[in-house]
Write a protein of this length. Sequence first.
Length: 315
Amino acid sequence: MTIKLGVVMDPIDHINITKDSSFAMMLAAQRRAWELHYMNPRQLYSADGSTRATTRILRVQDDRSNWFNIISEQDIALSELNAVLMRKDPPFDIEYITTTWLLDSIERNGTLVVNKPASLRDANEKLFITCFPQCCVPMLVSCEPTRIRQFVSQHRDVILKPLDSMGGHSIFRVQPDNQNLSVILELITKGGNKTIMAQRFIPEITAGDKRILLIDGEPVPYALARIPAAGETRGNLVAGATGVGVALTARDRWICTQVSPVLREMGILFAGLDVIGDYLTEINITSPTCIRELDQQYDLDIAGQLMECIESKLN
């Protein structure tokens, strides 16, 4: 039986295939002769209780000038698919949440959704680390500027970040004597009406923000250390960071042992832990990246491992 794999993602014609992990997954599925059904979240809808979508069956190729071809287009019930990859990037807004609600129904009908829709809603990529305080630096989650200011005064050097973004968007590094601290707090909390996260700054960011990938709780033995560009504190590739492969340390592996059982319990088959120095800073489950960079540097097939995991779950 041919496995039918749906991929929910941002527009495929705008991706950078040299860095796009969703594309790596499609290549890996195609090597196994799986049928690829691509769709944008806007193409999902529900009719009479059935979640459906206009899907495009694709042929993909690792060619930067022509990386996909549309074979056919059809309107189908997504329960006809064996598995669906939910790979839509944040922002984590009501449209994102609505997509997970639509995917809930096909999961109830037996289609495997990676990652589990309910867990995508429950495990906010920033807040999820609060379940593992033993792995983290001091942190605060609040919308109150006064409380956040007190945290900054206590820890002296602090990172402020929103809870619903990605790629280093709207991340600030602040100190108590920062003349712009008041306006930064007004901006990032929207005048005290939006909850954010504050974390004590980790100086080891100069050695990179490590992305550790886990498949069904098992870590890939190498991480991609994203080293900030000159003058930057953000270790994000889209912010100009350079990705350098590194072997996992004993501390990295210990952090994985703390997080992995919870990932398995929540049905999160593919996750990316962000680790700076000795500390866990985020747990990415919406659309973790860095597959292609690690594959290239270490001759791995991370997406292939994920497809094997998916096939084992289907069997």
